[in-house]
Ligand binder design. Structure first.
Ligand SMILES: Nc1ncnc2c1ncn2[C@@H]1O[C@H](COP(=O)(O)OP(=O)(O)OP(=O)(O)O)[C@@H](O)[C@H]1O
Ligand SMILES: [Mg+2]
Length: 439
């Protein structure tokens, strides 16, 4: 269908949909929308096309697709004002260090959109920008559970963060920062260091919507302390962010409050899961089954699979009898006794196994894992020097032959180490479970 839009009005296109401009001039988040350029809006996302002159669009609507005309811009003038102030900072720092902006806010407050808009503003002034996507739940640049970095320059305008190519990443393995604060801090810092080494003029950090409650405040506070951004942009929905922002302000950090946009298209938990599925699938597409030797490429978590000596046959039989479980693998190192059992174990069973295993562990820490927990588990692939190599799905471990089977599209020859995540996945990106025994 064809749709005309009056100058100064915005057509909000909700996915799934495809659009092309056939007459006139328009912008999307400050990026030019060129004649005959095709844009595709994914399901559960929306995109505002702002008419700078009268425009005519050709639109194809798919499942869930719809259009809505708004008689003004959906971008608040404050977004532009904040951007202009930040640009001055970028200019004044030029050739010394990149100026850093950290964007925080509740879920569905428009954080990622704000990041795209600011990136486009900086690109218009020919700055080189590093974007750190630290939203490990609804990630855009890398797969979910990965903190990702993209670098853009010279007219490389973005309409979605997902168009930006991943330059570097850090595997977190979890879809929320809860319980993995340490990994999140390490990942963000590493990405900032990479941006600095890439001679960028500016760094923009997108974050998760994890802002409520004591733990969230603690994480954001420590992150701000680690990065000391030159500007924090908060997108509050009401007063919710104040207890987080006030202490940072007392420390002298510059904070701009930009009320969350009323044009955000919010997403339910199910929609978020579906978006994660699509994103995982994109990063697993074209994968194949590969085998890796545990000796050349160990699997790490709090324990190392593949190191240590097995318990004696008698001890294993003693434990199996006492616990009525089938033990597949045991490994005794100086500090740890690892026991891998065949079936899934509940927390209560784990305590019982640990209790009896203590009889033979001689004071070592006892870790119990089940083969079922490791099956289809998301893993992160590291190359030498901690280089990010991508993700994969662990299919099985053969303790006798000392190898593991993995589904991935990455080159196994470049993988030096594998780290476990907590999400169980199918090759099509569908999440089929979560495990808690790996941390
Ligand atoms: N100012 C705006 N005008 C039009 N659409 C917008 C605007 N802000 C956000 N949206 C739309 O709302 C949706 C959600 O916005 P966005 O992804 O930026 O939110 P978020 O805070 O990053 O969400 P999350 O918590 O999932 O990370 C997107 O599809 C986006 O295109
Ligand atoms: Mg976001």
């Amino acid at each position: 269908m064809f749709q005309e839009v009056t100058e100064g009005h915005t057509l909000v296109l909700e996915g799934a949909a495809r659009a092309q401009i056939v007459e006139g001039t328009a912008e999307i988040f400050g990026a030019p929308f060129s004649l005959n350029e095709q844009i595709v809006v994914q399901r559960f996302k929306s995109l505002p096309i702002e008419a700078l002159t009268p425009i005519k669009l050709e639109i194809v609507l798919g499942t869930g697709g719809k259009i809505n005309i708004i008689e003004k811009s959906t971008i608040s003038p404050l977004w532009k004002k904040v951007g202009e102030e930040f640009s001055l900072k970028v200019k004044s720092f030029k050739n010394k260090k990149p100026a850093t902006m950290m964007v925080i806010g509740d879920v569905d407050s428009g954080k990622s959109t704000f990041v795209i808009y600011q990136t486009n503003l900086l690109l218009k002034q020919n700055f080189r920008v590093g974007i750190i996507d630290a939203d490990i739940g609804q990630s855009n640049i890398g797969p979910p559970t990965v903190i990702a970095l993209g670098v853009v320059e010279k007219g490389n305008f973005a309409k979605f963060l997902s168009q930006i190519k991943l330059k570097d990443g850090y595997f977190i393995g979890h879809t929320s920062p809860n319980r993995v604060f340490h990994r999140v801090m390490v990942g963000v810092k590493k990405m900032v260091d990479t941006v600095i080494s890439q001679n960028c003029d500016a760094i923009i950090i997108d974050t998760t919507g994890f802002v409520r409650g004591m733990h969230a405040r603690e994480l954001k506070f420590q992150k701000a302390s680690l990065i000391t951004p030159d500007l924090i942009v908060a997108l509050p929905k009401g007063e919710a962010l104040e207890s987080l922002l006030e202490p940072l302000e007392l420390l002298g950090l510059k904070i701009e409050r930009v009320p969350a946009s009323e044009n955000v298209r919010s997403r339910s938990m199910e929609e978020r899961k579906e978006l994660r599925k699509m994103s995982f699938a994109k990063h697993l597409l074209g994968g194949k089954i590969v085998k890796l030797s545990l000796d050349k490429c160990p699997l790490i978590t709090q324990f190392n699979v593949g190191v240590g000596a097995p318990l004696s046959r008698e001890v294993i039989s003693f434990l199996e009898e006492k616990l009525s479980v089938k033990i597949l693998h045991t490994a005794l190192t100086e500090e740890v006794l690892l026991i891998v059992v065949r079936d899934k174990v509940r927390m209560g069973d784990v305590s019982e196994i640990v209790f009896h295993a203590n009889e033979v562990s001689e004071g070592r820490e006892v870790i119990v894992s089940s083969e079922k927990d490791l099956e289809n588990l998301l893993v992160g692939l590291f190359g030498v020097d901690f280089e990010y190599k991508g993700i994969g799905i662990l299919k099985s471990i053969d303790y006798e032959k000392r190898n593991l089977t993995l589904y991935t599209r990455e080159d196994p020859k470049e993988v030096s180490l594998i780290q476990l995540g907590t999400v169980q996945l199918l090759e099509n990106g569908e999440e089929i479970g979560k495990v808690s025994t790996v941390f």
